[in-house]
Design a protein around this ligand. Structure first.
Ligand SMILES: Cc1ncc(COP(=O)(O)O)c(C=O)c1O
Length: 504
């Protein structure tokens, strides 16, 4: 292994913010170098072969990078300076809810009283943790209008699969083998994937010209083989389904169950509840609505809450308060079993309860109100530059289209998104939902101020002006970021494993 000089001849510890190629740790490695050294004590070292029987020793010397602590920290710090993050600026990535989250939630999760507890520790030693889980379950049921919940699913999609397994258990217990799930074409992409994974068949329901589920098409698709419907609400166009109670009644009439994809609960918190709309199952993405940014802060959590008739089927064991006021693990009577190795992604659960309790009922309602207000402000402000795909009041996100820019100047949604990076904003989601041409999906989130929204709108307007003056510069954007325009298709087609220690 050789110590590779940094670009420009700088030593490994020289600052290298943003640009240039960052060497791998193996390239920075120098034989014998270590991140720390223990003081020599004079006590002779015991050879490894006397501590571990030789037959258990790995004959292959594992090739790991040898770097000093200083170089290690500098390496990761340099890499971190190349990232855009929720702590750095506005991240309006529609459908993903990359909102800024209060730091006190992290402080709670970092409390050794929580994070030093082994999930297998006996209930009598972990009463505090169990109480936290029970309280969180109650709060989530209150917010969704459901009877009980499992906190085990590790993400939204895991919650979806759990919900589908619950549907199957319910129908099987009733002696029915239903095999079809209805999914609107404006649903989140994980819904049909989960349905297939759960062993069901998907029947797609088209949207009408208002971007909502076509109720007549839905009714026509119903039958005794329908296990249920999965409804993303607000749908992926950011619109609230107006005929939801009619849909609920029609599906229940044929004996199907109603699944609410509540990943975007931040749009309706404290205003309406899936339980009151007639839904039987709802999953929430705690990592979008209640602290922990989506995908950006490590693991997520996708609890599933259910109506009374499904409570006995919930995954177990789950934390419960016993009659004597203490807490223990209990398994629901007809539980589908575990959907997670332990009890769920605990630190996300701790963050979520901290977030809910600090906001209180009124605070959570304000979260939804501000999320919806911000999205509608942006939609209206950009009306002349990027029109809305459906010109209606939206919920927490708005789907705009770059189709006029493409028609007039050959500038696509992707060009606008990339140019926004040069303006210091993360890109919105592009080309989703699939049913909108040149879609740009902005989710400003409730945490952004009017001044930030103004700045974003002004940046989009500058980009639109560039489309007129110099459209080619937009095709090359971004130019001011550590990595400029990448060939996205090539990255997926020609995978190049960069570091494979075993083969070195
Ligand atoms: C509506 C909707 N459903 C499901 C999911 C899937 O959640 P996860 O990414 O946690 O699996 C998402 C993720 O953004 C979503 O927006």
């Amino acid at each position: 292994m050789t110590h590779r000089a940094l670009p420009g001849g700088r030593a490994a510890s020289a600052p290298l913010l943003g640009h240039g190629t960052e060497p791998t740790l193996f390239e920075l490695s120098v034989p014998g170098r270590a991140a720390f050294q223990l003081r020599t004590t004079g006590v002779p070292a015991t050879p490894l072969s006397q501590l571990v029987p030789t037959e258990h020793l790995n004959p292959v010397v594992v090739d790991i990078a040898e770097v000093s602590e200083r170089d290690l920290v500098a390496h990761f710090t340099r890499l971190s300076h190349r990232q855009f993050s929720v702590d750095l600026g506005m991240y309006p990535l529609g459908s993903c809810t990359m909102k800024y989250n209060p730091k006190f939630c992290d402080a709670v999760a970092a409390d050794p009283g929580f994070n030093s507890v082994h999930p297998g520790a006996p209930a009598e030693l972990t009463q505090g943790w169990l109480e936290l889980l029970v309280e969180l379950e109650q709060r989530l049921c209150a917010v969704t209008g459901m009877s009980a919940a499992t906190l085990q699913p590790a993400a939204g999609a895991a919650g979806e699969l759990t919900g589908l397994l619950l549907m199957r258990a319910y129908h099987t217990a009733n002696g029915e083998a239903r095999n079809r799930i209805l999914i609107p074409d404006s649903a989140h992409g994980t819904n049909p994937a989960s349905v297939t994974l759960g062993g069901y068949q998907v029947t797609t329901i088209p949207s009408n010209d208002r971007g909502l589920v076509d109720l007549e098409a839905l009714k026509a698709a119903l039958g005794p083989d329908v296990a249920g419907i999965m409804l993303t609400n607000p749908n992926t166009l950011g619109l609230f389904e107006e005929e939801i109670t009619e849909m609920a009644a029609a599906v229940h009439d044929v004996g199907g169950l109603l699944y609410y994809d509540g990943a975007n609960l931040n749009a309706i918190l404290g205003v309406v509840r899936p339980g009151d709309m007639g839904f039987d199952i709802v999953h929430m993405n705690l990592h979008k609505t209640f602290a922990t940014p989506h995908g950006g802060g490590g693991p997520g959590a996708g609890p599933v809450a259910v109506a009374e008739r499904l409570v006995d089927f919930l995954p177990g064991p789950k934390a419960a308060r016993l009659a004597d006021g203490t807490f223990d693990w209990v398994k629901p009577a007809r539980s589908i079993g575990r959907v997670h190795g332990w009890h769920g992604n605990a630190m996300v659960l701790a963050r979520a309860l901290a977030y809910i309790n600090v906001h209180g009922g009124d605070g959570l309602t304000r979260v939804a109100q501000h999320a919806v207000l911000n999205a509608n402000w942006l939609r209206q402000r950009l009306e002349a530059t990027l029109p809305a795909a459906y010109d209606r009041v939206c919920m927490h996100e708005c789907v705009l289209t770059a189709s006029p820019l493409k028609a007039k100047y050959g500038v696509k949604g992707l060009d606008v998104a990339k140019a926004l990076l040069e303006e210091g904003f993360h890109s919105p989601t592009v080309y989703f939902p699939l049913i909108v041409d040149e879609a740009l999906m902005f989710e400003p989130t409730e945490t952004e101020s009017l001044q930030t929204l103004e700045a974003l709108a002004a940046a989009v307007e500058r980009i639109a002006q560039r489309a007129i003056d110099d459209p080619d510069s937009l095709h090359r954007a971004p130019q001011s970021t550590p990595v400029s325009r990448v060939d996205e298709a090539r990255a997926a087609r020609h995978l190049i494993p960069t570091e494979d220690a075993a083969n070195r």
